[in-house]
Design a protein around this ligand. Sequence first.
Ligand SMILES: [Zn+2]
Length: 163
Amino acid sequence: MSLIDPLLVLQEFDTKIADLGRKIATLPKHRAIKEAELSDTLRRQLQAEQGLAPESAEAAAPVDFDSAIAGIRAEIAEVDERLAAAKTELEEQKARRAECAAGISPQHLRFYERLAISHHPTIVKLEGNICSGCHLAQPPSSAHLIKHDTEFVTCGMCGRILY
Ligand SMILES: [Zn+2]
């Protein structure tokens, strides 16, 4: 069994999990902007109904507040759906990552995870004799050792795992 292949699969899960985490962190901000837009529109609707609309070219044009409000509410609902879907997807990816991690020796897993704290991506291709993580040339023995796939080959400069 290849040493590096299961770790590459694990790295793919970690990339997806990180992307989903960013999405889940961003969507509530997007929702807050839409909420502010909604309350502003509701306020303007109330002003218009009370005849308090400010005299401006924009305000003079008839505004269909009801459809504007319905539109913003639909956008908020869509953000909520996307957030719920991202959370479900995150749980699925975490479960699949755990399955994958269970098949990797604890020693190799620790090595990868320790490196993954500070290096993204953690496992990078050796392109010719160049580490594609930091672009430093590697000794000729690296390519040879990678072919053997019996021990981790790391970059002498950045410490990433090479494959
Ligand atoms: Zn490197």
